[in-house]
Every structure is written in C-alpha cells, then in structure tokens.
Design a protein around this ligand. Structure first.
Ligand SMILES: [Cu+2]
Length: 323
C-alpha cells in the first residue's frame, strides 16, 4: 500500500512538471481563439448581416419599422451569437476534459492549481466578454433613448382606463398646444396616424394608473405613468407604411385586454392632409376617409365587453361614439 501511494505521488509530480507547460499554452491559445471568434461574430452581426432571420430572430420579434428597432434587433442577435459561441467553447472544453482525463488508473490527472497564466485567463476572458456586451448595449441604449431638440412630429399619448387619446402637438413639453386629437371609445378603436420619413416624439402620460404603450413593430414598450411624470421617447423615422396594432402592455384593470389602438403609418402628404382635415374640425373617421384610408381600425376591433349582460346596472352600460 505504501509503495503504491508513493508511486502515485511521484507520477503526479512528473505530470505537472513536464508536459503541463505545452498543454497550458495550447489551451490558452484555444481560449483566445474562441474569444476572438466570438468578438468577430459580434462585430460582423453589428454591422448589419441578418443572420438572425435564419433562426427566427432567437425569439426576438422581427419586422421592426424604425432604425431604433433594427439596432435593438441586431444587438439581440449578436448577443445570442456571442453567448452561443462562448457556450459551445465551454461545452467543448468540458466534454474534452471528461473524455481526455477520464479515470484510467490510480494516477492523478495534471494538477493546475496556482497556474498563474491560466487563472489570469479565467479572469480576463469573462471580463472581456462582459465588457464587449456592456459596451454595445450602452451604445444601442443611448441611441434608442436619444432625444432631439426639434422632432418633426410630436404626439402626446394619454392613457386612461381603458382607452387612448392621441394629441398632435405644436411643440414639445407640457406648455405646447394640442392642434388635433384622436380619442378612442368603447365602440371605436383610436387610430394614430403618423408619417413615414419624419422623426416622431411620443410624450406619454396617464390619467389614472400605470399603462404601457406598445406597438410590437417598434420592438419596445414604454410605460405610461400618472402624476407629473411625462415619459418621452423618439423614433428617428417610421420606414414602412402600413397598419399596426398597438396595445396596453401593463395590467391596468378589468378591461386592460381591450385597450387596443391602431398605428396607421402613411405618406407625409397624406399625414399633412389628415392633420389639416382634423384641424378643420373633421372627425377622425372623416379625415381618414378624406385621405383615402379605411375609416376604422383594420388590425383590431372593439371587444365585446358584454357590459349590458353582465353589469349590475345595465342602464349605465352605454358605449360612446367615435371622436
Ligand atoms: Cu392599460
């Protein structure tokens, strides 16, 4: 027994003394190569290659219609690729170690404690990966949250239980004036008409509880707060005409699920005409008809709240009319 344990000790010493240095160098080089590949993939993706389209966007919604949504999408795809690259590298190392250093006898495997180059790599590699991800996240977030001094269009989004009002403003901030307004009712979905190719500022506020302004094609949600908080964000342009459903994304009460609206992206000419019609006193439906657009929302419809049937006081269950 004694003789065997001394053999184990001496063989362990032999292993750690001689072939360890070459192995460490190879592993260090492999780790660096993996890191380099991950970084390269991140850079390539951030320069605009739509690799994510082939994999369903890794679960991220596709079809964004603003430059901001494209940047967020690219960041998500790049982060997923980087995470996968690191994951594959680590899984590879794990399985390689499991197979290469499986127990073959009573010899101890190579001992690598206190190996300074290796421990330095263990520390530096994750810091590098996190730093790169942090840097690009900060850059994209700063870009997405950027506000300009003079956006082309300013819309005040007013949320209330359980509908929306959109006020077209002649300037920014509380002191600006509303020049036209769209109000949703239980019978009519509010249609927010906006132009392509112009920067748009959304200034949000709530009349009661916290709501959340969400158009999936903008690829992000923005909470709408009551009180003195005015949540403001901008999109530098809407790039694609179309009809897009908008929703409240914050559980805000009984009829939260019915709190839909429609974003109608039209040409700048149509938008100007729509605004002129509204300023002239036309209703939203009349103004939509005047610019050759469907009068009512196409992507969603008012929900049947069945209030008349369910309400304890059916006489109070009247629904409003379109604005
Ligand atoms: Cu809501």
């Amino acid at each position: 027994m004694v003789a065997r344990s001394s053999e184990v000790r001496s063989s362990a010493v032999r292993h750690s003394a001689s072939p360890g240095a070459g192995g460490r160098r190879r592993r260090g080089a492999g780790r660096l190569a993996g890191l380099g590949l991950g970084g390269a993939a991140l850079l390539v993706l951030l320069t605009g290659c739509d690799v994510g389209g082939a994999v369903g966007g890794f679960g991220w919604p596709q079809g964004g219609i603003t430059p901001q949504s494209h940047r967020m999408y690219d960041l998500w795809i790049a982060s997923c690729i980087a995470a996968l690259a690191v994951g594959v590298f680590v899984w590879g190392l794990i399985f390689w170690c499991v197979i290469r250093y499986r127990k073959r006898g009573n010899e101890l495997p190579v001992q690598t404690r206190y190996n300074m180059p290796m421990e330095f790599l263990y520390t530096i590699a994750p810091i590098l990966v996190v730093s790169v991800l942090f840097y690009y996240t900060a850059v994209v977030q700063t870009g997405v949250d950027k506000l300009t001094k003079n956006p082309d269009v300013t819309v005040e989004v007013v949320a209330f239980k359980w509908n929306w009002q959109f006020n077209y403003r002649d300037g920014q901030g509380r002191d600006a004036n509303t020049v036209a307004s769209v109000l949703g009712t239980s019978d009519v979905i509010p249609v927010l008409v906006l132009p392509t190719g112009r920067s748009i500022r959304f200034e949000e506020q709530s009349r009661d509880v916290v709501h959340s302004f969400w158009v999936p094609e903008l690829l992000f949600k923005r909470d709408v707060f009551p009180g003195s908080i005015r949540n403001v964000f901008e999109v530098s342009s809407l790039d694609q005409e179309g009809w897009y459903v908008g929703r409240c994304a914050e559980l805000c009460g009984s009829y939260h699920a019915f709190m839909n609206f429609e974003l109608r992206v039209v040409s700048p000419q149509k938008y100007d005409q729509f605004l002129a019609e509204k300023k002239a006193g036309k209703s939203t439906q009349e103004a939509l008809k005047a610019i050759g657009e469907p009068e009512f929302a196409q992507t969603t419809k008012p929900f049947d709240t069945r209030r008349a049937k369910n309400n304890f006081n059916p006489s109070d269950a009247s629904a409003g009319v379109g604005s």
